[in-house]
Design a binder for this molecule. Structure first.
Ligand code: FES
Ligand code: FE2
Length: 446
């Protein structure tokens, strides 16, 4: 372990039963309070503003405008003509239109759908003669066009992820950003995973629930057995089997890690869950160097009550593309992903509602020893919210129309069209294989 990092090793022995941690009970408060406690040196330091993984490289096609938002601020990602990724505020600096309905020209320029302003990859207006046509009465047009400029955020592609450096204040000049952490300190390689050694499957899922609630859910070991016991294909994950663990929590300034080892030593490690601020959760077994299977979950705070999760499962087995296609590995994995998220969804929504309506008060929640990871996460979040106030940067006005909400939700579990499409694909492939085994193989190969 690095000497530069402060660390504290805590060993919490517990069985998977109601072991009430007194200390936690006294501290537990899921409401975000304004009080800031004195931070011990091993307290997480990460800010809510900074690098976020917001999109998978494979999800962004050339000439595609990818609309999303961060803390209520509408944004667009696209590739310019050299396939360099760009992230801009979804706001045309002429009269504030969205780029929805706009396009990217063959020269890689972004065109506003309202009056046709074109913007170069640097964000400058390029139709210096006329925006739309010749009917311009502004005699100072040339000067005007030179002044309008897109508002941007630093954006970079790394390891099949697209990251943006989000500050809540987009700028016309990217060199004005004061970037305090290198992207290399954010990628999975920085905590030991060599992602090029893995194959992966991925889904993106949207929730109408609070962003921080979803992260809390992914740090929560307890619910896995109860909520997902019938879905996750692991004999130890079942609501009917009591499994006992030892827990070891390592707190550092850059991450918190919780290791769960079977009390039955012969069974070894069950799982390690790691939280890396602001929005990444990594789950694996063993060490980053040896793990055969790694789950990386990136949480994107789209807006009030809306969050996106990119779930990527890396594996060192079943890497042969033909075999994985033949056994429909991708579709079967997706089926599990969708079911797991559907199982979480109702709970997340009601929990968010209870919190936002003020129904959860200090004494209403009593945390278990197993919830310590969740408590540490909330401690960090509380401090970070007080310091960065990201939700104050672009507060959502009431009575806003819901264009962003309606068109941006990629996969709300309440509208499970992707899950249905996935099932149809499984059924079709099964039929194909049963009717025409050879023809089916040929079709897959083609
Ligand atoms: S608002 Fe974009 S060109 Fe007018
Ligand atoms: Fe879950």
């Amino acid at each position: 372990m690095s000497n530069e990092r402060f660390q504290k090793l805590e060993k919490l022995k517990f069985a998977n039963k109601a072991t009430v941690d007194k200390d936690l009970n006294e501290k537990s408060n899921l409401n975000i309070s304004k009080k800031t406690s004195k931070r011990p040196s091993n307290q997480l330091k990460g800010s809510l503003l900074g690098w976020y993984s917001v999109l998978s490289t494979q999800s962004l096609k050339q000439n595609q405008l990818y609309f999303f938002s961060m803390f209520n601020e509408p944004l667009v990602i696209y590739k310019d003509k050299d396939s360099v990724v760009k992230c801009i505020k979804d706001l045309c600096p002429h009269r504030g239109a969205s780029f929805r309905g706009g396009k990217i020209t063959n020269e890689g320029e972004l065109v506003c759908p309202y009056h046709g302003a074109r913007y170069t990859s640097k964000g400058e207006c390029s139709n210096l003669d006329r925006i739309t046509c010749n009917h311009i009465v502004d005699t100072n047009y040339d000067n005007y066009a030179k002044k309008i400029h897109l508002y941007q955020y630093p954006c970079i592609e790394k390891g099949d992820y697209i990251y943006i450096y989000y500050t809540g204040k987009a700028k016309t000049n990217l060199t004005e950003f004061n970037i305090d952490s290198k992207i290399e300190e954010t990628v999975p390689e920085s905590y030991g995973f060599s992602t090029s050694e893995y194959a992966y499957e991925e889904v993106t899922v949207d929730f109408k629930a609070d962003w921080s609630r979803i992260i809390e859910n992914h740090l929560d070991i307890l619910h896995i057995f109860w909520v997902h016991g019938d879905t996750i294909p692991d004999k130890d994950v079942s609501k009917n089997v009591i499994t006992s663990f030892d827990q070891e929590i390592i707190r550092e300034q850059s991450q918190i890690e919780s290791k769960y080892n079977h009390k039955d030593k012969s069974k070894g490690e069950f799982i390690t869950i790691k939280f890396i601020p602001p929005g990444r959760v990594v789950i694996y077994k063993g060490t980053p160097e040896t793990a055969r299977y790694v789950q990386i979950l990136d949480h994107i705070p789209l807006a009030n009550n809306r969050a996106r999760v990119i779930v990527r499962h890396y594996r060192k087995f079943l890497k042969n593309k033909l075999i994985t296609k033949l056994i429909m590995f991708k579709q079967l994995q997706h089926k599990i992903f969708y079911k797991v998220f559907k199982e979480d969804y109702l709970i997340l929504r009601t929990q968010t509602f209870n919190q936002q309506m003020g129904y959860i008060e200090k004494d209403n929640v009593k945390l278990l020893g197993e919830d310590k990871m969740v408590q540490y996460y909330w401690d960090w979040l509380q401090n970070a919210l007080n310091k960065d106030k990201p939700w104050d940067l672009h507060p959502m006005k009431v009575n806003t129309n819901s264009i962003h909400e309606d068109s941006d939700m990629l996969y709300p579990p309440e509208n499970p069209k992707l899950a249905k499409k996935n099932i149809r694909s499984i059924q079709f492939n099964l039929l194909l294989r049963s009717l025409f085994p050879i023809g089916g193989i040929l079709l897959i190969l083609l």
